[in-house]
Design a binder for this molecule. Structure first.
Ligand code: PEP
Ligand code: MN
Length: 325
């Protein structure tokens, strides 16, 4: 439930309302907004009734929020959330590019690619150190050595960094070395991982599973917000389909629909959706046109030698053309 308070409600009245909520064994979330002051209530397994707040002054309206996610919903917070990654702000109206290789392979590889994407206009450097691969025989990532390279290159190029955590152990390491933590499509419903990520103060980049509904993704985000970390962005990276011309189907409606449902920034990843270099720039332009807060693209200077996702890596010059467009 959402309680809309009367304008000019005194602090004392607010505290009494919060106390009542806590007496009911529930959690109160103070939600100051532009034209209203609200208190969101979570923790109830059955619907609340207005008479549970009888005797309290200052409540103007009771709004039932029946969705299974609340803190990440527009109902609870009308204003867009701005997520800060180092000095880079995501969600303030401009489109932020995340770029870099799928996997970190060496210092020289990441530095070469990083330098190029920064020059072209990328704001955040990506690179996987822990790779969730379909086959156990595929390259699994450089692990902690990769994280050290990412940190070094990020510092040298003055770019904030993002890399994926695949389990609780890597989460601790990624939290230590990177500026933003990616939780990948395969881990979207790894609830223990989401809860731990929610206890951290680093921003979280949560990807949609290839067959997850929007409500399921929002519930996963809720796990993180509920633990106290509200610095979360949501990313569409393609849905599994029946057609083999693209690796996945890019759900372009993700942006406008999610913008209605949530205040969290919305990012698009056309690389994992397309799986093929020749159409990624066109898809990226569509993502910008539809209002994405950010676009993540994989870039490699020698895609034929890449240890993962070479066929979908843009060449640095393709990336430069895309951003110059
Ligand atoms: C990645 O970003 O390299 C990755 C593995 O992404 P996803 O989780 O979307 O497959
Ligand atoms: Mn990849």
């Amino acid at each position: 439930m959402l309680l809309i308070l009367e304008p000019n409600t005194q602090k004392e009245q607010q505290e009494k309302i919060i106390q009542r909520i806590e007496t009911l064994g529930l959690e109160a979330h103070v939600l100051p907004g532009k034209g209203r002051f609200a208190i969101g209530i979570t923790g109830n397994s059955s619907p609340l009734e207005p008479n549970q707040f009888s005797g309290l002054s200052g409540i103007q309206e009771y709004i039932r929020v029946s969705k299974p996610y609340k803190l990440c919903s527009r109902d609870f917070k009308e204003e867009n959330t701005i997520v800060k990654v180092g000095e880079v702000a995501i969600g303030n109206g401009s489109c932020v590019y995340f770029a870099g290789p799928c996997s970190i392979e060496s210092y020289d590889q990441l530095h070469t690619i990083g330098k190029e994407v920064k020059k072209a206009g990328a704001k955040i450097l990506r690179g996987g150190a822990f790779k969730p691969r379909t086959s156990p025989y595929s390259f699994q990532g450089m692990g902690i050595e990769g994280l050290k390279i990412l940190q070094k290159v990020g510092e040298e190029l003055e770019m904030p960094t993002i890399t994926e955590a695949i389990d609780l152990k890597s989460l601790e390491l990624v939290n230590e070395y990177a500026d933003m933590i990616q939780i990948g499509a395969r881990n979207m419903q790894n609830f223990p991982l989401l809860k731990e990520a929610g206890k951290l103060s680093k921003p979280i980049f949560l990807k949609r599973g290839p067959s997850a509904s929007l409500d399921e993704l929002l519930c996963s985000a809720e796990y993180i917000l509920r633990e106290g970390n509200s610095q979360v962005v949501l990313c569409e990276r393609g849905l599994r389909s029946f057609d083999s011309h693209t690796r996945n189907i890019l759900d372009i409606a993700f942006v406008p629909v999610m913008k209605k449902l949530t205040h969290l920034p919305i990012i698009m990843d056309p690389s994992h959706a397309a799986g093929r270099r020749d159409i990624i720039a066109d898809l990226a332009k569509a993502c910008v046109a539809v209002g994405a807060d950010g676009v993540m693209v994989e870039v490699h200077h020698k895609p034929s030698e890449a240890l993962s996702d070479g066929p979908q890596a843009l060449l640095p010059e393709d990336f430069k053309d895309l951003l110059a467009h």
